[in-house]
Write a protein that binds this ligand. Structure first.
Ligand code: HEM
Length: 453
Protein backbone atom coordinates (compact mmCIF):
# COMPACT_ATOMS: atom_id res chain seq x y z
CA UNK A 1 0.00 0.00 0.00
CA UNK A 2 1.52 3.32 -1.06
CA UNK A 3 1.45 6.40 1.13
CA UNK A 4 -0.20 9.62 -0.10
CA UNK A 5 3.29 11.14 -0.59
CA UNK A 6 4.39 8.20 -2.73
CA UNK A 7 1.29 8.50 -4.90
CA UNK A 8 1.84 12.25 -5.38
CA UNK A 9 5.48 11.65 -6.19
CA UNK A 10 4.52 9.00 -8.77
CA UNK A 11 2.31 11.57 -10.41
CA UNK A 12 5.20 14.03 -10.71
CA UNK A 13 7.76 11.42 -11.79
CA UNK A 14 5.35 10.41 -14.55
CA UNK A 15 4.94 14.07 -15.53
CA UNK A 16 8.72 14.40 -15.86
CA UNK A 17 8.81 11.25 -18.02
CA UNK A 18 5.87 12.31 -20.20
CA UNK A 19 7.47 15.72 -20.85
CA UNK A 20 10.80 13.98 -21.56
CA UNK A 21 9.15 11.91 -24.31
CA UNK A 22 7.52 15.02 -25.79
CA UNK A 23 10.93 16.76 -25.74
CA UNK A 24 12.51 13.76 -27.48
CA UNK A 25 10.00 13.95 -30.34
CA UNK A 26 10.11 17.74 -30.73
CA UNK A 27 13.92 17.72 -30.45
CA UNK A 28 14.17 15.21 -33.28
CA UNK A 29 11.84 17.29 -35.44
CA UNK A 30 14.14 20.30 -34.98
CA UNK A 31 17.09 18.05 -35.88
CA UNK A 32 15.36 17.03 -39.10
CA UNK A 33 14.62 20.68 -39.99
CA UNK A 34 18.29 21.50 -39.37
CA UNK A 35 19.22 18.53 -41.61
CA UNK A 36 16.98 19.95 -44.38
CA UNK A 37 18.88 23.22 -44.12
CA UNK A 38 22.14 21.34 -44.76
CA UNK A 39 20.71 20.38 -48.16
CA UNK A 40 18.53 23.41 -48.95
CA UNK A 41 20.11 26.33 -47.08
CA UNK A 42 17.10 28.60 -47.81
CA UNK A 43 14.56 26.11 -46.41
CA UNK A 44 12.42 27.98 -43.79
CA UNK A 45 15.30 30.42 -43.54
CA UNK A 46 13.18 33.50 -42.82
CA UNK A 47 11.01 31.82 -40.23
CA UNK A 48 13.61 29.59 -38.57
CA UNK A 49 17.22 30.18 -39.58
CA UNK A 50 19.88 27.57 -38.66
CA UNK A 51 21.07 29.93 -35.89
CA UNK A 52 17.70 29.36 -34.17
CA UNK A 53 16.99 25.75 -35.17
CA UNK A 54 20.30 24.53 -33.78
CA UNK A 55 19.79 25.95 -30.25
CA UNK A 56 16.16 24.74 -30.37
CA UNK A 57 17.42 21.25 -31.26
CA UNK A 58 20.26 21.23 -28.72
CA UNK A 59 18.20 22.53 -25.79
CA UNK A 60 15.27 20.21 -26.52
CA UNK A 61 17.33 17.02 -26.80
CA UNK A 62 19.33 17.97 -23.70
CA UNK A 63 15.97 18.47 -21.93
CA UNK A 64 15.00 14.94 -23.02
CA UNK A 65 18.10 13.56 -21.29
CA UNK A 66 17.68 15.61 -18.11
CA UNK A 67 13.89 15.12 -17.76
CA UNK A 68 13.99 11.38 -18.50
CA UNK A 69 16.83 10.87 -16.01
CA UNK A 70 15.11 13.00 -13.35
CA UNK A 71 11.72 11.28 -13.82
CA UNK A 72 13.35 7.83 -13.73
CA UNK A 73 15.24 8.66 -10.51
CA UNK A 74 12.15 10.05 -8.76
CA UNK A 75 10.16 6.99 -9.90
CA UNK A 76 12.89 4.56 -8.83
CA UNK A 77 13.30 5.95 -5.32
CA UNK A 78 9.61 6.26 -4.57
CA UNK A 79 7.85 3.54 -6.51
CA UNK A 80 10.45 0.83 -7.05
CA UNK A 81 12.43 1.33 -3.82
CA UNK A 82 9.41 2.33 -1.74
CA UNK A 83 11.13 5.31 -0.02
CA UNK A 84 8.98 8.13 1.30
CA UNK A 85 9.97 11.38 -0.32
CA UNK A 86 11.09 14.18 1.98
CA UNK A 87 8.78 16.76 0.41
CA UNK A 88 6.30 16.37 -2.43
CA UNK A 89 5.95 20.17 -2.41
CA UNK A 90 9.60 20.51 -3.46
CA UNK A 91 9.05 18.00 -6.29
CA UNK A 92 6.00 19.95 -7.45
CA UNK A 93 7.97 23.19 -7.38
CA UNK A 94 10.88 21.51 -9.22
CA UNK A 95 8.55 20.30 -11.98
CA UNK A 96 6.64 23.56 -12.48
CA UNK A 97 9.84 25.61 -12.33
CA UNK A 98 11.42 23.49 -15.09
CA UNK A 99 8.21 23.66 -17.11
CA UNK A 100 8.08 27.47 -16.96
CA UNK A 101 11.82 27.71 -17.68
CA UNK A 102 11.33 25.46 -20.74
CA UNK A 103 8.62 27.76 -22.09
CA UNK A 104 10.77 30.88 -21.50
CA UNK A 105 13.79 29.22 -23.20
CA UNK A 106 11.61 28.58 -26.28
CA UNK A 107 10.35 32.19 -26.27
CA UNK A 108 13.92 33.41 -25.83
CA UNK A 109 15.31 31.39 -28.76
CA UNK A 110 12.22 31.96 -30.96
CA UNK A 111 12.29 35.73 -30.48
CA UNK A 112 16.06 35.85 -30.94
CA UNK A 113 16.36 37.50 -27.52
CA UNK A 114 19.15 35.25 -26.29
CA UNK A 115 22.54 36.55 -25.18
CA UNK A 116 23.85 33.31 -23.67
CA UNK A 117 26.83 31.28 -24.83
CA UNK A 118 26.75 28.24 -27.13
CA UNK A 119 24.59 25.33 -25.77
CA UNK A 120 23.13 27.66 -23.10
CA UNK A 121 22.15 30.34 -25.59
CA UNK A 122 18.94 31.46 -23.81
CA UNK A 123 18.64 34.70 -21.76
CA UNK A 124 21.50 34.27 -19.25
CA UNK A 125 19.47 35.34 -16.20
CA UNK A 126 17.42 32.16 -16.56
CA UNK A 127 20.33 30.33 -15.00
CA UNK A 128 19.10 31.56 -11.59
CA UNK A 129 15.76 29.62 -11.60
CA UNK A 130 17.51 26.67 -13.31
CA UNK A 131 19.98 26.45 -10.42
CA UNK A 132 17.12 26.80 -7.97
CA UNK A 133 15.34 23.83 -9.63
CA UNK A 134 18.47 21.67 -9.26
CA UNK A 135 18.88 22.79 -5.65
CA UNK A 136 15.28 21.73 -4.91
CA UNK A 137 15.99 18.34 -6.50
CA UNK A 138 19.20 18.06 -4.44
CA UNK A 139 17.57 18.90 -1.09
CA UNK A 140 14.70 16.51 -1.75
CA UNK A 141 16.98 13.71 -2.93
CA UNK A 142 19.49 13.88 -0.07
CA UNK A 143 16.87 14.41 2.64
CA UNK A 144 14.99 11.36 1.32
CA UNK A 145 17.88 9.00 0.74
CA UNK A 146 20.17 9.91 3.66
CA UNK A 147 17.42 9.14 6.16
CA UNK A 148 16.17 5.88 4.73
CA UNK A 149 19.07 4.10 3.02
CA UNK A 150 22.17 2.79 4.78
CA UNK A 151 25.24 1.51 2.97
CA UNK A 152 24.40 3.16 -0.36
CA UNK A 153 24.82 1.15 -3.54
CA UNK A 154 26.83 2.98 -6.17
CA UNK A 155 23.87 4.38 -8.09
CA UNK A 156 22.74 6.45 -5.08
CA UNK A 157 26.23 8.01 -4.99
CA UNK A 158 26.12 8.64 -8.72
CA UNK A 159 22.73 10.35 -8.65
CA UNK A 160 23.72 12.51 -5.69
CA UNK A 161 27.04 13.42 -7.30
CA UNK A 162 25.33 14.23 -10.61
CA UNK A 163 22.94 16.66 -8.91
CA UNK A 164 25.61 18.45 -6.84
CA UNK A 165 28.07 18.82 -9.70
CA UNK A 166 25.34 19.87 -12.10
CA UNK A 167 24.66 22.86 -9.84
CA UNK A 168 28.32 23.82 -9.70
CA UNK A 169 29.08 23.39 -13.41
CA UNK A 170 25.94 25.11 -14.64
CA UNK A 171 26.95 28.05 -12.45
CA UNK A 172 30.51 27.79 -13.75
CA UNK A 173 29.25 28.06 -17.36
CA UNK A 174 28.04 31.52 -16.32
CA UNK A 175 31.18 32.71 -14.54
CA UNK A 176 31.60 35.05 -17.49
CA UNK A 177 29.08 37.34 -15.72
CA UNK A 178 32.13 38.39 -13.71
CA UNK A 179 34.63 40.73 -15.47
CA UNK A 180 37.47 38.69 -13.90
CA UNK A 181 36.64 35.90 -16.37
CA UNK A 182 35.05 37.86 -19.22
CA UNK A 183 37.94 40.26 -19.64
CA UNK A 184 40.64 37.62 -19.97
CA UNK A 185 40.14 35.70 -23.23
CA UNK A 186 42.10 32.57 -22.33
CA UNK A 187 40.60 32.34 -18.84
CA UNK A 188 37.11 32.90 -20.20
CA UNK A 189 37.42 30.28 -22.96
CA UNK A 190 39.02 27.74 -20.61
CA UNK A 191 36.31 28.05 -17.96
CA UNK A 192 33.49 28.04 -20.52
CA UNK A 193 34.58 24.81 -22.25
CA UNK A 194 35.73 23.18 -19.05
CA UNK A 195 32.26 23.74 -17.60
CA UNK A 196 30.60 22.12 -20.66
CA UNK A 197 32.76 19.00 -20.32
CA UNK A 198 31.92 18.72 -16.64
CA UNK A 199 28.25 19.54 -17.20
CA UNK A 200 28.04 16.55 -19.57
CA UNK A 201 29.99 14.50 -16.98
CA UNK A 202 27.32 15.43 -14.40
CA UNK A 203 24.36 14.26 -16.46
CA UNK A 204 26.39 11.12 -17.29
CA UNK A 205 26.48 10.39 -13.54
CA UNK A 206 22.67 10.48 -13.49
CA UNK A 207 22.33 8.37 -16.64
CA UNK A 208 25.15 5.85 -15.98
CA UNK A 209 23.79 5.48 -12.42
CA UNK A 210 20.47 4.48 -13.98
CA UNK A 211 22.21 1.89 -16.18
CA UNK A 212 23.73 0.20 -13.12
CA UNK A 213 20.41 0.45 -11.26
CA UNK A 214 18.54 -1.27 -14.12
CA UNK A 215 21.24 -3.97 -14.40
CA UNK A 216 20.95 -4.68 -10.65
CA UNK A 217 17.14 -4.80 -10.87
CA UNK A 218 16.99 -7.07 -13.92
CA UNK A 219 19.50 -9.46 -12.40
CA UNK A 220 17.77 -9.10 -9.05
CA UNK A 221 21.21 -8.93 -7.48
CA UNK A 222 22.19 -6.05 -5.21
CA UNK A 223 25.89 -6.83 -5.67
CA UNK A 224 25.86 -5.30 -9.17
CA UNK A 225 25.68 -1.89 -7.50
CA UNK A 226 27.95 -2.71 -4.58
CA UNK A 227 30.94 -4.48 -6.10
CA UNK A 228 34.48 -3.06 -6.20
CA UNK A 229 34.28 -2.58 -9.96
CA UNK A 230 31.11 -0.49 -9.65
CA UNK A 231 32.79 1.83 -7.14
CA UNK A 232 35.96 1.98 -9.20
CA UNK A 233 33.75 3.05 -12.12
CA UNK A 234 32.14 5.70 -9.91
CA UNK A 235 35.48 7.22 -8.87
CA UNK A 236 36.71 7.12 -12.45
CA UNK A 237 33.53 8.89 -13.57
CA UNK A 238 34.00 11.44 -10.82
CA UNK A 239 37.60 12.16 -11.87
CA UNK A 240 36.45 12.34 -15.47
CA UNK A 241 33.81 14.85 -14.48
CA UNK A 242 36.39 16.97 -12.69
CA UNK A 243 39.42 16.58 -14.97
CA UNK A 244 38.28 14.96 -18.23
CA UNK A 245 37.36 18.18 -20.03
CA UNK A 246 40.75 18.70 -21.65
CA UNK A 247 39.56 17.64 -25.10
CA UNK A 248 37.18 20.59 -25.08
CA UNK A 249 40.02 23.03 -24.68
CA UNK A 250 42.36 21.84 -27.39
CA UNK A 251 43.09 25.27 -28.78
CA UNK A 252 44.07 26.68 -25.40
CA UNK A 253 47.74 26.49 -24.41
CA UNK A 254 48.24 24.01 -21.56
CA UNK A 255 50.67 21.41 -20.28
CA UNK A 256 50.64 18.25 -22.41
CA UNK A 257 50.44 15.95 -19.35
CA UNK A 258 47.10 17.51 -18.30
CA UNK A 259 45.67 16.56 -21.66
CA UNK A 260 47.06 13.03 -21.60
CA UNK A 261 45.80 12.42 -18.05
CA UNK A 262 42.35 13.69 -19.04
CA UNK A 263 42.16 11.45 -22.12
CA UNK A 264 43.32 8.45 -20.10
CA UNK A 265 40.55 9.01 -17.55
CA UNK A 266 37.76 9.61 -20.06
CA UNK A 267 38.63 6.59 -22.21
CA UNK A 268 38.99 4.25 -19.21
CA UNK A 269 35.58 5.31 -17.92
CA UNK A 270 33.96 4.01 -21.10
CA UNK A 271 36.03 0.82 -21.07
CA UNK A 272 34.80 0.06 -17.54
CA UNK A 273 31.15 0.81 -18.38
CA UNK A 274 31.46 -1.39 -21.48
CA UNK A 275 33.04 -4.15 -19.41
CA UNK A 276 30.39 -3.93 -16.67
CA UNK A 277 27.56 -4.35 -19.17
CA UNK A 278 29.43 -7.20 -20.90
CA UNK A 279 30.08 -8.98 -17.61
CA UNK A 280 26.48 -8.50 -16.43
CA UNK A 281 25.16 -9.86 -19.73
CA UNK A 282 27.30 -12.99 -19.41
CA UNK A 283 26.03 -13.71 -15.90
CA UNK A 284 22.34 -13.23 -16.71
CA UNK A 285 20.00 -16.21 -17.05
CA UNK A 286 18.07 -16.63 -20.31
CA UNK A 287 14.82 -16.29 -18.39
CA UNK A 288 15.82 -12.86 -17.03
CA UNK A 289 16.99 -11.74 -20.47
CA UNK A 290 13.65 -12.72 -21.94
CA UNK A 291 11.43 -11.30 -19.25
CA UNK A 292 13.08 -7.87 -19.58
CA UNK A 293 13.78 -8.13 -23.27
CA UNK A 294 13.57 -4.46 -24.24
CA UNK A 295 15.46 -2.96 -21.31
CA UNK A 296 18.03 -5.73 -21.81
CA UNK A 297 18.32 -5.07 -25.53
CA UNK A 298 18.85 -1.33 -24.99
CA UNK A 299 21.64 -2.00 -22.51
CA UNK A 300 23.35 -4.36 -24.96
CA UNK A 301 22.98 -1.70 -27.66
CA UNK A 302 24.61 0.78 -25.24
CA UNK A 303 27.56 -1.59 -24.97
CA UNK A 304 27.93 -1.65 -28.74
CA UNK A 305 27.76 2.17 -29.00
CA UNK A 306 30.22 2.58 -26.14
CA UNK A 307 32.66 0.54 -28.21
CA UNK A 308 32.04 2.54 -31.43
CA UNK A 309 32.27 5.91 -29.67
CA UNK A 310 35.37 4.80 -27.84
CA UNK A 311 37.06 4.01 -31.16
CA UNK A 312 36.15 7.41 -32.58
CA UNK A 313 37.11 9.25 -29.39
CA UNK A 314 40.49 7.47 -29.24
CA UNK A 315 41.17 8.46 -32.83
CA UNK A 316 40.14 12.10 -32.55
CA UNK A 317 42.13 12.44 -29.35
CA UNK A 318 45.38 11.88 -31.22
CA UNK A 319 46.61 15.48 -31.60
CA UNK A 320 47.40 15.31 -35.32
CA UNK A 321 44.01 13.73 -36.11
CA UNK A 322 42.26 16.22 -33.84
CA UNK A 323 43.90 19.03 -35.79
CA UNK A 324 42.18 17.80 -38.97
CA UNK A 325 38.87 16.67 -37.45
CA UNK A 326 38.22 19.73 -35.24
CA UNK A 327 35.36 21.91 -36.50
CA UNK A 328 34.08 19.25 -38.95
CA UNK A 329 31.07 16.93 -38.80
CA UNK A 330 33.31 14.39 -37.07
CA UNK A 331 32.87 16.41 -33.87
CA UNK A 332 29.10 16.37 -34.42
CA UNK A 333 29.31 12.56 -34.95
CA UNK A 334 31.07 12.36 -31.57
CA UNK A 335 28.46 14.44 -29.72
CA UNK A 336 25.41 12.88 -31.40
CA UNK A 337 27.02 9.42 -31.28
CA UNK A 338 27.33 9.66 -27.51
CA UNK A 339 24.09 11.49 -26.67
CA UNK A 340 22.05 9.13 -28.87
CA UNK A 341 24.12 5.93 -28.78
CA UNK A 342 24.91 5.97 -25.06
CA UNK A 343 22.60 8.39 -23.18
CA UNK A 344 19.41 7.80 -25.19
CA UNK A 345 19.93 4.00 -25.26
CA UNK A 346 20.31 3.88 -21.45
CA UNK A 347 17.28 6.14 -20.98
CA UNK A 348 15.17 3.92 -23.23
CA UNK A 349 16.37 0.94 -21.16
CA UNK A 350 15.27 2.77 -18.03
CA UNK A 351 11.87 3.81 -19.42
CA UNK A 352 11.13 0.33 -20.78
CA UNK A 353 12.11 -1.17 -17.45
CA UNK A 354 9.78 1.20 -15.57
CA UNK A 355 7.01 0.75 -18.18
CA UNK A 356 7.23 -3.03 -17.89
CA UNK A 357 6.69 -2.72 -14.12
CA UNK A 358 3.51 -0.73 -14.86
CA UNK A 359 2.25 -2.95 -17.68
CA UNK A 360 4.19 -6.16 -18.31
CA UNK A 361 2.64 -6.68 -21.74
CA UNK A 362 4.67 -3.75 -23.15
CA UNK A 363 7.74 -5.96 -23.10
CA UNK A 364 7.04 -9.46 -24.26
CA UNK A 365 3.96 -8.91 -26.36
CA UNK A 366 5.27 -6.39 -28.82
CA UNK A 367 7.39 -7.70 -31.66
CA UNK A 368 6.74 -4.30 -33.26
CA UNK A 369 8.88 -2.72 -30.56
CA UNK A 370 11.75 -5.10 -31.29
CA UNK A 371 11.55 -4.12 -34.96
CA UNK A 372 11.55 -0.43 -33.98
CA UNK A 373 14.60 -1.11 -31.80
CA UNK A 374 16.53 -2.48 -34.82
CA UNK A 375 15.28 0.33 -37.05
CA UNK A 376 16.51 2.90 -34.55
CA UNK A 377 19.93 1.28 -34.13
CA UNK A 378 20.46 0.45 -37.81
CA UNK A 379 19.61 3.97 -38.95
CA UNK A 380 21.80 5.44 -36.21
CA UNK A 381 24.74 3.48 -37.67
CA UNK A 382 24.13 4.98 -41.13
CA UNK A 383 23.56 8.46 -39.64
CA UNK A 384 26.83 8.24 -37.71
CA UNK A 385 28.74 6.95 -40.76
CA UNK A 386 27.34 9.75 -42.97
CA UNK A 387 28.52 12.39 -40.50
CA UNK A 388 32.02 10.92 -40.39
CA UNK A 389 32.19 10.72 -44.20
CA UNK A 390 31.03 14.36 -44.47
CA UNK A 391 33.62 15.36 -41.85
CA UNK A 392 36.44 13.62 -43.75
CA UNK A 393 35.47 15.41 -46.97
CA UNK A 394 35.27 18.77 -45.28
CA UNK A 395 38.62 18.27 -43.61
CA UNK A 396 40.17 17.34 -46.95
CA UNK A 397 38.77 20.58 -48.38
CA UNK A 398 40.01 22.64 -45.43
CA UNK A 399 43.58 21.33 -45.43
CA UNK A 400 44.44 19.55 -48.68
CA UNK A 401 42.56 21.05 -51.61
CA UNK A 402 43.65 24.23 -53.24
CA UNK A 403 41.39 26.90 -54.76
CA UNK A 404 38.16 24.92 -54.34
CA UNK A 405 35.48 27.48 -53.38
CA UNK A 406 33.33 26.84 -50.27
CA UNK A 407 30.15 26.57 -52.40
CA UNK A 408 31.71 23.84 -54.55
CA UNK A 409 32.74 21.88 -51.46
CA UNK A 410 29.17 22.19 -50.10
CA UNK A 411 27.76 20.83 -53.38
CA UNK A 412 30.17 17.90 -53.25
CA UNK A 413 28.80 17.10 -49.77
CA UNK A 414 25.19 16.90 -51.06
CA UNK A 415 25.16 13.07 -51.21
CA UNK A 416 26.51 12.77 -47.67
CA UNK A 417 23.93 15.24 -46.40
CA UNK A 418 21.20 13.34 -48.22
CA UNK A 419 22.21 10.06 -46.54
CA UNK A 420 22.53 11.89 -43.20
CA UNK A 421 19.05 13.41 -43.47
CA UNK A 422 17.34 10.25 -44.77
CA UNK A 423 18.84 8.08 -42.05
CA UNK A 424 17.93 10.83 -39.52
CA UNK A 425 14.30 10.61 -40.67
CA UNK A 426 14.29 6.80 -40.45
CA UNK A 427 15.89 7.06 -37.01
CA UNK A 428 13.11 9.45 -35.98
CA UNK A 429 10.50 6.93 -37.18
CA UNK A 430 12.20 4.26 -35.03
CA UNK A 431 12.20 6.65 -32.05
CA UNK A 432 8.50 7.45 -32.62
CA UNK A 433 7.57 3.75 -32.78
CA UNK A 434 9.35 3.26 -29.45
CA UNK A 435 8.14 6.44 -27.75
CA UNK A 436 4.43 6.28 -28.56
CA UNK A 437 3.72 2.96 -26.72
CA UNK A 438 5.87 4.23 -23.84
CA UNK A 439 3.94 7.50 -23.78
CA UNK A 440 0.60 5.64 -23.77
CA UNK A 441 1.68 3.37 -20.91
CA UNK A 442 2.90 6.29 -18.79
CA UNK A 443 -0.15 8.39 -19.60
CA UNK A 444 -2.53 5.60 -18.56
CA UNK A 445 -0.63 5.15 -15.32
CA UNK A 446 -0.63 8.92 -14.79
CA UNK A 447 -4.41 9.14 -15.25
CA UNK A 448 -4.88 6.22 -12.86
CA UNK A 449 -2.64 7.91 -10.28
CA UNK A 450 -4.45 11.23 -10.60
CA UNK A 451 -7.83 9.50 -10.21
CA UNK A 452 -6.63 7.75 -7.07
CA UNK A 453 -5.64 10.99 -5.30
C1 HEM B 1 17.79 11.60 -29.67
C2 HEM B 1 18.11 12.18 -30.80
C3 HEM B 1 19.17 13.25 -30.96
C4 HEM B 1 20.07 13.73 -30.06
C5 HEM B 1 20.28 13.31 -28.58
C6 HEM B 1 20.87 14.73 -30.75
C7 HEM B 1 21.90 15.47 -30.16
C8 HEM B 1 22.56 16.52 -30.78
C9 HEM B 1 23.60 17.31 -30.18
C10 HEM B 1 24.13 17.13 -28.73
C11 HEM B 1 24.03 18.23 -31.09
C12 HEM B 1 25.13 19.28 -30.92
C13 HEM B 1 26.33 18.80 -31.68
C14 HEM B 1 27.57 19.66 -31.52
O1 HEM B 1 27.46 20.85 -31.27
O2 HEM B 1 28.67 19.12 -31.64
C15 HEM B 1 23.24 18.02 -32.29
C16 HEM B 1 23.37 18.75 -33.45
C17 HEM B 1 22.67 18.49 -34.63
N1 HEM B 1 21.76 17.48 -34.84
FE1 HEM B 1 21.10 16.14 -33.46
N2 HEM B 1 20.43 14.84 -32.04
C18 HEM B 1 19.41 13.94 -32.21
C19 HEM B 1 18.69 13.68 -33.37
C20 HEM B 1 18.91 14.30 -34.59
C21 HEM B 1 18.21 13.98 -35.81
C22 HEM B 1 17.13 12.91 -36.01
C23 HEM B 1 18.70 14.81 -36.78
C24 HEM B 1 18.23 14.83 -38.21
C25 HEM B 1 18.90 14.79 -39.26
C26 HEM B 1 19.72 15.67 -36.15
C27 HEM B 1 20.44 16.67 -36.77
C28 HEM B 1 21.34 17.52 -36.16
C29 HEM B 1 21.99 18.64 -36.82
C30 HEM B 1 21.82 19.04 -38.28
C31 HEM B 1 22.81 19.26 -35.85
C32 HEM B 1 23.67 20.50 -36.02
C33 HEM B 1 25.08 20.13 -36.36
C34 HEM B 1 25.90 21.37 -36.72
O3 HEM B 1 26.13 22.20 -35.83
O4 HEM B 1 26.27 21.47 -37.89
N3 HEM B 1 19.82 15.31 -34.83
N4 HEM B 1 22.36 16.97 -32.08
Amino acid sequence: MQTKEQITLNKFSLQFILFALVALIIGNLFGILAGFQYIIPDFLKDLLPFTKIRPFHDSTVISWIILAATGSIYYAISNLEGLTIYSTKLTKLHFYLFLIIGVIIYISIGSGYMGGREYVAFIPILIVPILLGWALFGVNYFKTVLKQVKNWPVYYWMWGTGIVFMIFHLAEAHFWFSPYFRENFVRDLTVQWKSYGSFVGSWNQLVYGLSIYIMAKIKNDDNVGRGKLAFFFYFLGLSNLMFGWAHHTYIIPMQAWIRYAAYGISMTEWIILGYMIYDWRKSLSIEKKESNSLAYKFLIATDFWVFINLLLALLISIPIINFFSHGTHITVAHSMGTTIGINTMILFASLFYIASRIDNTIDIKQTKLIKAFYLFNGSLAVFFGALIAAGLKRSEWMYFSKNVPFGEMKISLANNYFVFLSSGIVMFIGILLLSIPLFKTFLKSYIKTVMST
